[in-house]
Design a protein around this ligand. Structure first.
Ligand code: GAL
Length: 439
């Protein structure tokens, strides 16, 4: 072949080959990564009441504002405090089918996943977003296992709140701010029942009864609560335990009879509807008052559960990056939104909780929050909730609900209940791995 022709063919082949390689490289660079092909985010939570749904909707909207092309699927499993969702999510995570993120309480609740290597270490998300500078120490430590971060908090709820109906209290001339102990509280209940023939306190299903017991126990003193969450109340004749059960016994004489069949928000709604004067519930209840257009300090108000005015019961909702999720980039993006100032300031004003960040924009919150933001700064003691996953091992917490429920329904005596609670601590002793110091 003519050497000139040979050179031209050679050059042509080289050009075609180079173009092919370039096209290939371009394709690899331009082609969507598998994540982008199905640009989706799937999250689980149990926020289904009116206030809860509004709050998580606002948080998802912040995410969508940043990532408008991502399809967000919320799988909302009804059942306050996660009673229904937690067993479902546990089987999904253990089967390697975890969603991209799910609602979880900070603290003990996630420890089994961590120990089974089913959570990703997210130290980089904490560092990149400078979270240690804005999240209080007490919450930081609840988001760690083995000294590393495995979740980000979205809020700080207060557990030890008495919600009162101002119209009801006014009608019997009672001043809620004058209630400082259980005797005062039950006196007001007597007055209301005498005047109206209605039950003074609205109460709901089993976990809300355990929630109530936890607040009563905290009211017995921070040292009592500390012993309890360290697994050190192991005697059924413990005087503080029996005293707390005695208060609970009296409390039950003032509640609606159908408590076992009401969800937490249905119980709060009884108060909103003027059917009761008191409801003890965490401050997710504030979301229900907002949805009902009730006005703080006008229609309703709050005080600390008797004996706990100087304490803040901590319930911290969090999200994590489970191992092997379908959309790892979106999982991280979700965590960044959850932890962000904008995300928290959209979510928490509607949720009732305060932001888990110290730099939140207080003008976005309402009058109820003035009380909690101020108390969070000024109380002497904070105590992590057992019923809401943080303070004690999960098995202790879930069994506690049945034990307290048996007492509230009259199926178990006080001494049998005290023995059962003490036994829970001994039988789960090996799982109490955190040593709490609450003073
Ligand atoms: C708690 C949770 C709150 C609220 C409440 C009632 O466990 O931390 O965010 O949702 O249950 O469902």
């Amino acid at each position: 072949m003519d050497p000139k022709k040979q050179t031209i063919i050679f050059v042509l082949i080289a050009v075609i080959a180079t173009a092919g390689i370039v096209a290939g490289i371009t394709y690899v660079i331009m082609a969507p990564a598998p994540e982008e092909e199905t640009d989706a985010l799937e999250i689980y939570h149990w926020w289904t009441s009116g206030g809860e749904a509004a709050a998580v909707g606002a948080l998802v909207d912040v995410f969508k504002g940043l990532y408008p092309d991502t399809i967000v699927t919320q799988l909302a499993v009804a059942g306050g405090s996660g009673t229904t969702m937690i067993p479902i999510i546990t089987s999904l995570v253990l089967a390697g089918e975890a969603p991209d993120a799910f609602q979880m309480h900070a603290g003990y609740e996630g420890i089994d996943y961590y120990e089974a290597d089913l959570l990703e270490n997210i130290n980089d998300i904490w560092a990149d977003n400078n979270l240690e500078a804005v999240i209080p120490d007490v919450v930081q430590s609840m988001c760690q296992f083995g000294g590393d971060y495995y979740m980000v908090p979205v809020n700080i709820h207060r557990s030890n709140v008495v919600w009162y109906n101002l119209e009801g209290l006014d009608s019997i001339g009672a001043d809620p701010k004058a209630i400082s102990n259980w005797t005062d509280f039950f006196d007001v209940c007597d007055d209301w029942e005498l005047a109206t023939g209605k039950d003074a306190i609205s109460l709901g299903e089993a976990w809300t009864q355990a929630h109530l017991f936890e607040q009563i126990l905290a009211g017995e003193g921070i040292d009592v609560y500390e012993s309890w969450i360290n697994g050190d109340i192991i005697s059924g004749t413990d005087a503080d335990l029996l005293a707390a059960l005695t208060i609970l016994e009296t409390f039950m004489t003032y509640t609606n009879a159908d408590f076992n069949s009401l969800s937490w928000d249905e119980a709060t709604d009884l108060l909103i509807q003027n059917e009761s004067i008191f409801n003890i519930m965490g401050d997710w209840a504030n979301g229900e008052f907002l949805v009902a257009n009730s006005v703080y300090d006008d229609d309703y108000g709050t005080i600390g559960v008797p004996g706990t005015a100087d304490m803040y019961g901590l319930v911290v909702d969090a999200f994590q990056h489970p191992a092997g999720v379908a959309h790892p980039i979106n999982s991280d993006r979700w965590l960044e939104v959850v932890a962000s100032k904008e995300g928290q300031d959209a979510f928490n004003p509607l949720k009732g909780s305060i932001s888990a960040r110290t730099d939140s924009n207080l003008t976005l919150y309402g009058p109820y929050h003035d009380w909690t933001f101020a108390d969070f700064e000024s109380v002497t003691y904070m105590f992590p909730s057992v019923v809401h996953g943080s303070g004690a091992p999960q098995s202790f917490s879930s069994e506690l609900s049945s034990v307290i429920n048996a007492f509230c329904t009259g199926a178990a005596t006080k001494s049998a209940t005290a023995i059962a609670i003490a036994l829970l601590a001994s039988s789960n002793a090996a799982d109490f791995t955190t040593v709490w110091v609450l003073d």
